[in-house]
Ligand binder design. Structure first.
Ligand SMILES: *[C@@H]1O[C@H](CO)[C@@H](O)[C@H](O)[C@H]1NC(C)=O
Ligand SMILES: *[C@@H]1O[C@H](CO)[C@@H](O)[C@H](O)[C@H]1NC(C)=O
Ligand SMILES: *[C@@H]1O[C@H](CO)[C@@H](O)[C@H](O)[C@H]1NC(C)=O
Ligand SMILES: *[C@@H]1O[C@H](CO)[C@@H](O)[C@H](O)[C@H]1NC(C)=O
Ligand SMILES: *[C@@H]1O[C@H](CO)[C@@H](O)[C@H](O)[C@H]1NC(C)=O
Length: 396
C-alpha cells in the first residue's frame, strides 16, 4: 500500500528527469562535492546548487545542473578561463536568477561564456583575477559583449574582481563592456577594492541608464572625476575608505545639482566615511556644505579629520579659519602701536645724538673734572695690589 504513496512517485520521477536525488546530492557528475535542493535562501525557498570550496578545475559539471536551479553558488574553484557556454548549449535554465562565481581565480571570461542567462538578476564575480584589457601581455582579454546575454541583470558584483595593479584604462575597458553589453536594467554595481585611483574615461557609467547604487568603497579615489550627471536615477554613491582629503567645490556643486534635478523621486545619498580628511582652512567649504546641503550625507556626524579626533561637522576653528584673522579694529590699533614705537625710536636717536654732541663740545670741562677722580682710582688700585702681595698671612 505504501508503495503508492504519491510523494514517493514524485521523488522517483524527479530523480529520473533531473538526475539529482532529493537527499541533497546532485547526481554522479558532481562527485558528491556539491549540494542540490530547495533551501531557505534570502527569505524564501529556492532551488540552490551549492558548490562551495569544491576545488573544481573546470566548469563541466555546470552543464548537469538541474534545470529548475534558481541559485547557483560555484565558489572556491580554480578556473583561470571560463570556456564558451558554461551552462551547456542545450539546457534551459530559465529559472536561474542568481549566479555566484566568486573566488575562482577567473582571469578571462570569453565573450560567449554565458548563455541561457536571460533571467539572471544578480551576477557575483567577487575576488577573481579578471583581465579585461585589450593589450595585456600579447593576449587580448577584451570581450566587450561579455555580459550581453544578461538582459535582465539588476545587480553586478565586481568587488576585488580585477587582477592587482590593473591599469588606469580599466575605466575605458569597463565602459566598452557596459556599452556593448546593453545592461539596461542594471541598478546596482559593486566595484569595491579594485585599486581604482581615477577614471580615465569619465563617461564610464553613462551607458547604465537604470543605475541607482554605485559602490566604490575601498578604492584610491581623491575626487569625483567621472560624470555623475548622466546617471539620471542615481540614488547612492559609496566612497567609503577612499583617499579624499577634501571634497572639491565643483563636486559639491555636482551633487547638489543632481539632488535638485526636476523629477527626482529618491533622495541622493552619499557616503564619504573613513576618508583621510585634512582639516585646515580648506575644509571650511565642505564643512559648511555638510551643514546646509539637501544631499543626504550618510553618517555626516562621524566624518573625522585624519590628524585629530575632531569631527568635521563641529570642528570649531580650523588652523587658518577666517575667524582667527585680525578684525578691522585690531588691524587699526596695531597700526597705531607701530607708529608710536617708530616715533619713540626716532626720538631716542635724536636724544642720543644731542648727548654725544654736548659731550664733545664740553670735552675740556669733562676732562678737567674727571682727571683727579681717575688718578685717585688708579692709585687706590695700585695700593691694594701691593698690600695684597706683601702681606699674605695677615689674617689669623
Ligand atoms: C553552501 O555550502 C557551504 C559549505 O558547504 C555552506 O557553508 C553554505 O552555508 C551553503 N550556502 C547555502 C546558501 O546553502
Ligand atoms: C592572477 O593573474 C596573474 C597573471 O595576470 C598571475 O600572475 C597571478 O598569479 C594570478 N593570481 C591569482 C591569485 O590567481
Ligand atoms: C604590477 O605588479 C607587478 C608585480 O606584482 C610589478 O612587477 C609591476 O611593475 C606592476 N605594474 C604596475 C604598472 O604597477
Ligand atoms: C538592448 O536591450 C533592450 C531591451 O532590454 C532592447 O530593446 C535593445 O534592442 C537592446 N539593444 C541591443 C543593441 O542589443
Ligand atoms: C555628463 O554627461 C551628460 C549627459 O551625457 C552631459 O550632458 C554632460 O555635459 C556631461 N558632463 C561632463 C562634465 O562631461
Amino acid at each position: 500500500m505504501k508503495l503508492f504513496y504519491p510523494g514517493l512517485w514524485l521523488l522517483l520521477i524527479y530523480s529520473c528527469v533531473f538526475g539529482a536525488s532529493p537527499d541533497g546530492s546532485c547526481g554522479p557528475k558532481f562527485q558528491n562535492k556539491c549540494s542540490c535542493g530547495e533551501v531557505d535562501y534570502e527569505g524564501h525557498k529556492q532551488y540552490v546548487v551549492n558548490c562551495t570550496n569544491t576545488g573544481f578545475r573546470d566548469t563541466s559539471v555546470l552543464e548537469f545542473m538541474p534545470e529548475e536551479t534558481q541559485v547557483l553558488i560555484f565558489t572556491g574553484n580554480f578556473i583561470p578561463e571560463l570556456p564558451w557556454n558554461v551552462f551547456g548549449s542545450i539546457n534551459d535554465y530559465s529559472t536561474l536568477t542568481i549566479v555566484d562565481m566568486s573566488n575562482n581565480h577567473i582571469r578571462e571570461i570569453r565573450g560567449k561564456s554565458y548563455h541561457h542567462v536571460q533571467n539572471v538578476r544578480r551576477l557575483i564575480l567577487n575576488h577573481n583575477n579578471l583581465s579585461i584589457s585589450r593589450d595585456d601581455d600579447e593576449v587580448n582579454h577584451h570581450h566587450p559583449r561579455v555580459f550581453s546575454n544578461f538582459i535582465n541583470l539588476e545587480s553586478l558584483h565586481l568587488t576585488n574582481a580585477f587582477a592587482d595593479n590593473t591599469s588606469a584604462e580599466l575605466s575605458e575597458d569597463l565602459h566598452d563592456i557596459f556599452m556593448n553589453s546593453n545592461l539596461t536594467k542594471l541598478q546596482k554595481l559593486h566595484l569595491e577594492q579594485n585599486e581604482i585611483s581615477h577614471f580615465q574615461d569619465r563617461k564610464v557609467f553613462c551607458d547604465l541608464p537604470s543605475l541607482r547604487d554605485l559602490h566604490l568603497g575601498d578604492n584610491l579615489l581623491k575626487e569625483i572625476n567621472f560624470n555623475v550627471t548622466c546617471m539620471k536615477n542615481l540614488r547612492f554613491l559609496d566612497f567609503e575608505r577612499n583617499k579624499f582629503d577634501n571634497v572639491k567645490v565643483k563636486d559639491m556643486a555636482l551633487l547638489d545639482a543632481l539632488e535638485r534635478r526636476p523629477g527626482r523621486t529618491d533622495l541622493l545619498v552619499v557616503d564619504f566615511g573613513l576618508n583621510p580628511f585634512v582639516c585646515d582652512c580648506n575644509i571650511v567649504p565642505f564643512q559648511k556644505w555638510l551643514l546646509h546641503t539637501l544631499v543626504t550625507v550618510r553618517n555626516k556626524e562621524s566624518l573625522m579629520c585624519s590628524q585629530s579626533n575632531d569631527r568635521i561637522i563641529d570642528l570649531e576653528a580650523p588652523v587658518c579659519d577666517v575667524k582667527a584673522l585680525p578684525t578691522v579694529e585690531e588691524v587699526a590699533s596695531a597700526t597705531h602701536t607701530a607708529i608710536l614705537v617708530f616715533l619713540l625710536i626716532v626720538l631716542s636717536f635724536i636724544l642720543l645724538a644731542l648727548l654725544v654732541v654736548l659731550a664733545y663740545m664740553s670735552r675740556e670741562k669733562i676732562k678737567h673734572v674727571m682727571t683727579p677722580v681717575l688718578d685717585n682710582v688708579s692709585k687706590k688700585v695700585h695700593y691694594t695690589t701691593i698690600k695684597d702681595e706683601e702681606c699674605p698671612e695677615v689674617h689669623v
